[in-house]
Design a protein around this ligand. Sequence first.
Ligand SMILES: C[S@@+](CC[C@H](N)C(=O)[O-])C[C@H]1O[C@@H](n2cnc3c(N)ncnc32)[C@H](O)[C@@H]1O
Length: 218
Amino acid sequence: MAEVNLLNKLPKPKRNVQARQTAKSQEVIDISRQYGELYFDGPRDYGYGGYRYDGRWIPVAEDIVRHFGLKPGDRVLDVGCAKGFLVKDLLHVCPGLEAFGLDISTYALMHCEREVIGRLHLGNAVELPFPDGSFQAVLALNTVHNLERPDLIRAVREIQRLAPGRGFIQVDSYRTPEQKATFEEWVLTAKFHDYPEGWLKVFAEAGYTGDYYWTIIE
Ligand SMILES: C[S@@+](CC[C@H](N)C(=O)[O-])C[C@H]1O[C@@H](n2cnc3c(N)ncnc32)[C@H](O)[C@@H]1O
């Protein structure tokens, strides 16, 4: 199990924490957690403020292929794939790779990239509908922190079950009290978050032996 920053080539998102803090209410949080149109393609107050393909995942896909030594014929699953941008780019950078995604959002799957139609499954990270050991790598990027701790443990166990020691999980975290305060002003959907030490306890409890990294708002 290793800490590895596989998303370090993604551009840093623009975040107006003050505006988010002002707009945030329980109603906004409840709507965001439905992962519907407002979350992906509505105003920034509800989530992404427009979730559109722009190729930014291509260098990340290259690093993932290199990190896991993926080759044509291997299967990789992206849990929380949204509209399938990373799945599309994995197919692009490694022709012959069998890349798939799974997401809880019908809206995201119904607005997926054309190249991934039929490769994205509707489902919940807590119960992945695939046999043990069926993937050469399983990714979950900014997804499992959206679960309460018991379900989070189930989801991490599922990733481990599908690809023992060959997972990559990125989650919301912070290294200082100041970063924690900023995160708490920004957060909409995450139901569990912690310092890296707390996350490592979650991973240990779930028997997870794959890799991981943190999304930290600086
Ligand atoms: C912050 S987005 C991340 C999307 C993508 N992985 C990325 O990094 O751009 C979180 C995604 O997780 C999905 N999601 C939330 N809870 C989920 C669950 N229990 N099972 C599967 N997907 C879930 C949401 O629909 C959304 O697409």
